[in-house]
Design a protein around this ligand. Structure first.
Ligand SMILES: Nc1nc2c(ncn2[C@@H]2O[C@H](COP(=O)(O)OP(=O)(O)OP(=O)(O)O)[C@@H](O)[C@H]2O)c(=O)[nH]1
Ligand SMILES: [Mg+2]
Length: 309
């Protein structure tokens, strides 16, 4: 006695739920094997439906493949800038880096993610403008899935909205990111702050109590510095400078928190990490200037380290 066709349809749907691509096709094939081989009637309809599922899964997976966008990682961390159109994301990237990007007073000037390297306290960090993330992105509206994919691989997110905006303008963006299950360190940049009337930033802060608000304007250098500092804090990285016979290196090394002097030596050269005998340390992790430490001594943000061979 075969399973009643209605039960079979229910079981089939349950078994296909949440499966995509090759896995879905394999499951469909297994179901086809189990299906009674009638030429007509409800079982034949089920067969037709399952066969069409194979074809549709194929089309969907090739579409997902084509639509994914890879942004080549550069620098110590990758931070995505996301927000409604026309809030000044490209202008910010321009003000913070060397690149020339198209900006304009129209929405959707930027159509693809644009990376730009910015130097924060001597360390290069990659900022990526994510254009046009709109309501329905999770259903791929506006090519949203690929954009969410870029956000997913970033280390942190900066939400951007005009300081004068109604909070409702940013809400759909945050909702789509949340719906996609993406959770990253984040803050909210209140952009074009020079246009804002007093109280505007406080209003945004009230609407988004969970996010630190950083007001920023491309014509206010001090606000750009504060933006850089906040972006650096999002990375969670620490900065350590090397001291050599020639003096202290101007550009720091970026390391994960918890790094030791061995990691510092390793960033200079793998061989050095294998052979060095210890280090001298100045700064927050040292009990006194020039303290002699062993290979496993943990460094802290702001340390200066001399590797001893
Ligand atoms: N007053 C003022 N205007 C700004 C500021 N930043 C950007 N703008 C203006 O805002 C408009 C939009 O800037 P874009 O940088 O293109 O904005 P976007 O968010 O990249 O826009 P899309 O890529 O089109 O979504 C332009 O006319 C800029 O000149 C700012 O800090 N102050
Ligand atoms: Mg833009």
């Amino acid at each position: 006695m075969p399973m009643p066709h209605r039960t079979f349809a229910q079981v089939a749907k349950r078994r296909l739920t949440g499966k995509e691509g090759r896995e879905r096709i394999r499951e469909v094939r297994a179901l086809l094997e189990e299906l009674p081989d009638y030429r007509n009637g409800p079982y034949a309809d089920l067969r037709k439906w399952l066969l069409s599922e194979i074809e549709e899964s194929r089309v969907r997976s090739s579409a997902v493949h084509r639509d994914s966008i890879a942004v080549r990682r550069e620098g110590a961390a990758q931070i995505a800038l996301v927000g409604p159109p026309n809030v000044g994301k490209s202008s910010l990237l321009q003000a913070l880096s060397e690149i020339q990007i198209k900006t304009s007073d129209y929405p959707f000037t930027t159509l693809r993610p644009i990376p730009a390297l910015t130097r924060i306290g001597g360390v290069l960090v990659q900022l990526v403008e994510i254009p046009g993330l709109i309501e329905g992105a999770n259903e791929d509206r506006g090519g949203g899935r690929a954009l969410l994919g870029v956000l997913r691989s970033a280390d942190a997110i900066i939400y951007c909205v005009r300081a004068t905006a109604e909070p409702g303008e940013l809400r759909p963006v945050i909702d789509e990111v949340t719906l996609a299950g993406i959770q990253k360190p984040a803050f909210l940049a209140a952009t074009r702050a020079d246009e804002a009337s007093p109280g505007a930033v406080e209003r945004l802060a009230g609407a988004f109590p969970d996010l630190e608000i950083v007001p920023v304007s491309v014509i206010d250098e001090a606000s750009l510095d504060a933006f850089r500092d906040a972006a650096w804090r999002l990375t969670g990285l620490i900065r350590v400078r090397l001291r050599t016979a020639a003096g202290t290196e101007p550009d720091p090394i970026a390391l994960d928190p918890g790094a030791t002097v061995t990691d510092v030596a390793d960033s200079v050269h793998h061989d050095l990490a294998a052979s060095f005998s210890g280090a001298r340390v100045w700064g927050p992790s040292a009990r006194f200037d020039g303290q002699r430490v062993g290979r496993d001594h943990p460094v802290e943000d702001g340390d200066v380290v001399e590797i001893l061979i």
